[in-house]
Design a protein around this ligand. Structure first.
Ligand SMILES: NC(=O)c1ccc[n+]([C@@H]2O[C@H](COP(=O)([O-])OP(=O)(O)OC[C@H]3O[C@@H](n4cnc5c(N)ncnc54)[C@H](O)[C@@H]3O)[C@@H](O)[C@H]2O)c1
Length: 442
């Protein structure tokens, strides 16, 4: 029996922790119900995983910076070390990978890992262009009967997310009309950094660039603190999608979790003048979503970098909420930040007699530890809250907004086929160009 199948059936059959005869596992660990995990990108964001992995085997570490690799090896001394993730993924005893590298490599590593039937936890944003999001979702959907995926949108575990969902679904503001999410982070840069110095010996800069078109080395791309270094490179088109993929992934999730949307039928966007090197700071995008079985068609908005929705009342200052979401319904508004929510009944039925709160026993159960939701899913029912379908749809929408912004026209979108039907120039922008030798399919 395959190691992964065993881990799964051990939990599914309720046998709990099963002791296997020595040698049954492919990994280096003792007989146990543990996953063999590769950490790809071992510094920065990856540190946030360590605590949740105490019950698993970290058997491989991969980082383009050998200093970062050495530092992770102090924590996981038995893991094999790699500089190139393509070699790391060839290690035969792996069950799962966790990807905490820069955004422009997420789709590559995740795709190659799914091709090897590995469970994947990938940092947000899942993808750097529409085509990457579509590829990963499709690949995952084909393998969801045997693989668990999760995108690092860990705020999803904050109980407020599901409280907002319950309120919206239960009709606390009447029938939903639209939802607007926003973020206030502003990191202005003129263009790619100029060539400066040589990469230090411990850094393989060519592998850091990976699939990205070539840009000369500059230490500025590496000058941020652990877990914050993404703010040194994620605003450049070839490395990230700016705040769309960064805080957009977390904040749109607050809205996305409450509306059961899939792909939009149209997108539009406006913002800062287009800079071919740097993504816009100020941006407003919006999307039409068809009706589903519990709500009518809705419009979804994303605002960033100074663009903001109009508040529902003059005495409410939305600017005081750095990252938030506002839902409008026929009977009022719900305004939320990550941790709290405010209901504002406004309609002529503003007495709220139309609303029946759900009983305590019907509340959505707490998600618990977000990383453990995934490790447990890998060994059990494969279900996670931010899998590559849910998160893939969400980031595809947001990245389509960037395309609409670039062409400056409302786009009609055929989500089934992944194409814009009224603008051929927009279709060219749905995918990225990679350096020769790099392929999403490996
Ligand atoms: N979920 C969250 O709240 C959260 C918070 C911070 C960062 N992030 C995400 O985590 C990712 C990493 O962000 P960061 O600030 O830690 O960035 P970072 O620049 O510090 O990179 C993280 C690590 O990846 C290594 N690395 C770079 N390219 C690599 C490659 N091709 N192969 C292997 N290792 C590679 C770097 O050397 C570094 O050790 C980003 O995608 C970011 O969006 C998520």
């Amino acid at each position: 029996m395959q190691r992964r199948q065993f881990l799964k059936s051990a939990v599914v059959t309720g046998t709990g922790l099963v002791i296997l005869p020595s040698g049954t596992l492919r990994g280096a660990g003792a007989p146990s119900n543990k996953l063999n995990i590769a950490l790809i990108g071992t510094w920065g964001r990856s540190h946030a995983y360590h605590g949740s992995l105490a019950d698993e085997n970290v058997v491989a570490l991969c980082d383009v910076d050998e200093n970062h690799l050495a530092s992770a090896a102090e924590k996981f001394p038995h893991a094999k070390k790699y500089v190139d993730w393509r070699e790391c993924l060839e290690q035969q005893d792996l069950d799962a990978v966790m990807v905490a590298t820069p955004d422009h490599t997420h789709a590559f590593i995740s795709s190659w890992a799914l091709n090897r039937d590995l469970h994947v936890y990938c940092e947000k944003p899942l993808a750097n262009c529409v085509a990457e999001a579509r590829l990963l979702r499709a690949k995952y959907l084909k393998k969801k009967h045997k693989l668990a995926t999760q995108v690092g949108m860990q705020r999803h575990a904050i109980p407020n997310f599901n409280r907002v969902r319950e309120l919206i679904k239960d009709g606390v503001i009447g029938e939903l009309r639209n939802v607007r999410a926003w973020g206030n982070r502003q990191l202005r840069r003129p263009g790619y950094l100029p060539a400066q110095g040589r990469p230090p010996k411990h850094l393989n800069y060519d592998l850091w660039l990976g699939p990205s078109p070539y840009h000369p080395y500059n230490p500025g791309y590496f000058s941020g603190g652990p877990g914050m270094n993404c703010l040194q490179w994620n605003m450049y088109w070839d490395f990230g999608s700016g705040q769309v993929g960064d805080m957009g992934s977390h904040t749109m999730d607050l809205a996305w979790n409450a509306i059961d949307a899939k792909l939009p039928t149209s997108a539009k966007g406006e913002g800062d003048p287009f800079n071919p090197e740097v993504t816009p700071v100020e941006l407003e995008t919006s999307f039409e979503h068809p009706a589903n079985d519990w709500r009518p068609a809705v419009r979804v908005y994303w605002y960033q970098g100074g663009a903001m929705p109009t508040p529902p009342k003059r005495f409410i200052d939305l600017n005081k909420i750095g990252h938030g979401a506002m839902f409008k319904g026929t009977e009022g508004f719900l305004v939320a930040d990550f941790n709290s929510r405010l209901i504002l009944p406004l309609g002529k039925n503003g007495d709220m007699t139309y609303y029946k709160p759900r009983p305590k026993e019907k509340l959505i159960p707490a998600l618990g530890n977000f990383i453990k939701e995934w490790t447990k899913a890998c060994k059990g029912d494969l279900k996670t809250s931010c899998d590559f379908e849910y998160s893939g749809n969400m980031i595809e929408q947001l990245l389509l907004g960037l395309v609409a912004y670039r062409v400056g026209e409302t786009l009609e979108y055929d989500g089934k086929n992944g194409c814009v039907t009224n603008n051929s120039a927009a279709n060219e922008l749905l995918s990225n160009t990679y350096r020769p030798g790099w392929t999403l399919e490996g």
